[in-house]
Design a protein around this ligand. Structure first.
Ligand SMILES: [Zn+2]
Ligand SMILES: [Zn+2]
Ligand SMILES: [Zn+2]
Length: 141
């Protein structure tokens, strides 16, 4: 991934560019599955936990990544749904693979237009499926 591309993504989301933000974003662009704070700490050995955490919170606020809870840890995923500071549109299914333990976004399975009762305010929706991902299925055959 080109540095310019990473800078462009940050600029598009109105996130001031810092070396740490570039590093963290490049990790999200390298993978299609979720990353936890602990995993980022391991990858970015020299960075301290609170700096990484603040970076994730900034990204989440600005609509660059979204988070889900998984076995008591928070997993972060790159937003492909044109989210911004005011709106996250990540009402899609998250698929947890019981073999490789990775979570991916299945954006094609979308719950954006589900009819909720108008007198309830939905703040968060969780759609999680467990199973075997396509990569692991191939190795099992
Ligand atoms: Zn989002
Ligand atoms: Zn898998
Ligand atoms: Zn997602």
């Amino acid at each position: 991934m080109e540095v310019q591309e990473i800078e462009k993504i940050l600029e598009n989301k109105n996130i001031p560019i810092t070396p740490m933000r570039q590093l963290v974003l490049s990790e999200f662009l390298k993978t299609n599955h979720s990353i936890s704070l602990a995993e980022l700490e391991e990858i970015l050995e020299t960075a301290d936990r609170s700096t990484i955490y603040r970076t994730l919170k900034t990204f989440e606020k600005k609509g660059l990544i979204h988070s889900i809870q998984e076995n008591n840890t928070t997993q972060y995923l790159f937003c492909h749904d044109h989210c911004d500071e005011d709106n996250h549109h990540d009402y899609h299914l998250h698929f947890f693979c019981t073999e490789c333990k990775n979570t991916v976004c299945l954006e094609n399975i979308n719950f954006q237009n589900v009819d909720f009762p108008k007198d309830y305010l939905i703040k968060e929706l969780k759609f999680v499926a467990n199973g075997v991902c396509k990569t692991c299925l191939l190795t099992m055959q």
